[in-house]
Structure formats: structure tokens, C-alpha cells
Design a protein around this ligand. Structure first.
Ligand code: ZN
Length: 345
């Protein structure tokens, strides 16, 4: 499983910037006096170093100014670097970002940046959990990455399609696909989201086939990043697997970021992501008689009316309340209003 290879995806020199995911959104952030600086996409984030991919030279190790805090950077970030010294100049604003708050931490930690799609991977067995899927969906919505649910091990379930139908009810317009991570056909199934310059990130429990999927997407003979400086996790059989977040090249031209260490997800700072996730509840609220209706026991509640006449699943209302409470408890006050990062996409 553990291939001893280079620290970076193999990247031929003179790769067009666009195929690394560079967009006008980033180009427009360059000031006139920054024209000579070289854009680099962050591939790995370590305690005291950053590596990246440059369209001109392929893999690069950045020179960091003193006092650089590498935890301010995420895999997928775009930075400008000095053309000769490779000294980090500055990070460009993110188009999207998946971030979370570690328990007791004041700051949000970026997990992956400039992700177009979040692949939420779950298997069709005991791992399948609606409330957990909703937590990942809230994270994706909040960060501006469009979610897709990938169901694995559907062939081993008595009724694989029942899982697909259930997952599809979690959010309006949500795409749900069934894949077998071991089969090369999985790359074809996911190709619509993995084209040139597209970036996807993977989240989900260990044991559902995430690493296998990354290998399948990378294609045969691809060098995967060396697993160093990583996060220790137990795999399905209780073994330790050491992995690290990094940018992997997809055979079709896109990029995939695995996110080990995201197994337990505490929702925080995701009010808008939750509102999108539970749009059918959010949209009913203005029709309630009271403006501050909690949809629990107030008269004239449009949400309770929808439950009563079968338009709204009562279980869904219970889960909405729970995730909202959790979000409030985990989000330090005063949180202020956090803007959605979804720009286009
Ligand atoms: Zn109400």
C-alpha cells in the first residue's frame, strides 16, 4: 500500500497554470507590482515547511519568511512566490475553503482550499448515517464547495438503491452516485467532476474506500505523495495508517485532496451552510406567525403544519434542531456574520 515515491505528484514542467486550477479569480488579485511573482499551488503543509506546484518548474519547496505560521495555509491554496528565491510572498484569497474549529481553539483551521467539489464518501452499511452526512453537507455548503455523495459497497447491501434514495433526500439537488473504488470504472463515473483544473476533496470515515478511490483516480503508475508528517488514524481493521493531506493529480487532469483526520466532525460556524442544507425548513419559517418561532410549540407554525400534513419528515426537523444547537454551542460568540465563500461555482 505504502509506495515510496516523491513528495509531490509528478508534474511535467511547463504545465499550463489553468490545469493547476488557476482562474481569473486569482489573476485579478495580482497587484501591478506583483506581475513577476510566480503563482504556486500548495501541495503539502507541514509544521515548518510548505511544498507546492508551479506551472514552470513543477514541484517546489517554498522558502518561508521567519515567523510564517504554516497552519494559516491549506492544501489547495494559491500563493505568490519570488521568481528566483521561491520566497513566499503572500497567499491569495480563497475561492472556497473547507475549515473547521478544533475543540477549544479560537481560530478556524483551513483543511482544504479552492475545492470545486466535496466528495462525501460513505459505505452502504453501518457507516451510513444521515446526521453525519448532513454535517459534511453543512461543511461543504458553508465553504462554497458543491457536495456529491459517493456510496461505496452498494453491491454488498441488500438494497443498495434504498441508500441512494435516502441520501438524495438530504439536500435539494444533491447528486448521489454509487462507485466501487477498486474498479477503474470509478474514475469514469467521477470524470464529470474531475476534469482539467478541477479540484475535488474527499471526506468520510476510514474504511469506506477513500484511499483506494484516490489511487483509482490517480490512475495506474501515478506517483502518490510520500506519506510524511501525517496524522495517525486507525483504519477499519484498527491498524494505524499514517497519511497526510496533499494534492494528488487525477489521471483526467483534475486534482484530489484527501482529508485524513476529518472523521469526527463537530459543526461550527456553519449557520448559512445549515440553512442551505435544510432549505425546505428555512423557507417555511417566514410563514410562521411569530418571527422568532422555534418551530417547536408555537401556534401558527408553518413548519409544524408541514410536519402535520406530511410535507416535512419529522425526523428531519429533529436533526435540524440538533445540528443547529451543536453549531451554536461550538461557535464562539460574538461570531459575527461570516460571508459564504461561494463565488460562482
Ligand atoms: Zn415555526
Amino acid at each position: 500500500m505504502c509506495r515510496q515515491v516523491t513528495d509531490h505528484p509528478d508534474l511535467p514542467p511547463s504545465t499550463p497554470l489553468a490545469s493547476l486550477g488557476w482562474l481569473d479569480f486569482f489573476e485579478e488579485q495580482r497587484e501591478p507590482d506583483e506581475a513577476d511573482f510566480v503563482p504556486v499551488r500548495i501541495a503539502t503543509v507541514h509544521r515548518s515547511r510548505l511544498t507546492g506546484l508551479s506551472s514552470e518548474t513543477g514541484s517546489v519547496e517554498l522558502t518561508l519568511p521567519v515567523h510564517t505560521n504554516t497552519s494559516d495555509f491549506a492544501v489547495g491554496d494559491w500563493v505568490l512566490t519570488h521568481p528566483r528565491t521561491r520566497m513566499l510572498h503572500r497567499r491569495l484569497s480563497r475561492r472556497t475553503v473547507l475549515e473547521r474549529r478544533l475543540e477549544g481553539s479560537r481560530a478556524l483551521q483551513p483543511v482544504a482550499a479552492n475545492v470545486d467539489r466535496l466528495f462525501i464518501v460513505t459505505s452502504c452499511n453501518a457507516d451510513f448515517n444521515l446526521a453525519r452526512l448532513e454535517r459534511y453537507l453543512a461543511l461543504a455548503n458553508q465553504g462554497g464547495a458543491n457536495p456529491v455523495i459517493l456510496l461505496t459497497k452498494a453491491d454488498m447491501a441488500a438494497d443498495g438503491d434504498a441508500y441512494r434514495r435516502q441520501a438524495a433526500t438530504l439536500q435539494r439537488g444533491l447528486e448521489v452516485v454509487t462507485v466501487n473504488p477498486r474498479l477503474p470504472a470509478a474514475a469514469g463515473t467521477l470524470a464529470p467532476w474531475c476534469g482539467l483544473g478541477q479540484t475535488v476533496a474527499l471526506v468520510g470515515s476510514s474504511g469506506v474506500g477513500k484511499s483506494t478511490l484516490v489511487n483509482t483516480l490517480a490512475g495506474p503508475g501515478q506517483a502518490l505523495p510520500q506519506e510524511t508528517g501525517g496524522i495517525r488514524e486507525h483504519d477499519a481493521k484498527g491498524r494505524h495508517t499514517t497519511t497526510s493531506r496533499s494534492l494528488h493529480a487525477i489521471a483526467g487532469g483534475g486534482w484530489v485532496i484527501d482529508t485524513p483526520g476529518m472523521r469526527t466532525l463537530h459543526v461550527s460556524d456553519a449557520g448559512e451552510g445549515i440553512a442551505t442544507l435544510f432549505a425546505e425548513i428555512t423557507e417555511l419559517a417566514p410563514a410562521c406567525r411569530f418571527r422568532d418561532c422555534t418551530h417547536a410549540h408555537e401556534p401558527g407554525c408553518a413548519v409544524q403544519a408541514a410536519v402535520a400534513d406530511g410535507r416535512l419528515d419529522p425526523e428531519r426537523l429533529v436533526r435540524w434542531r440538533k445540528i443547529l444547537d451543536e453549531n451554536r454551542d461550538n461557535t464562539p460568540a460574538p461570531a459575527g456574520r461570516r460571508g459564504r465563500r461561494n463565488v460562482g461555482g
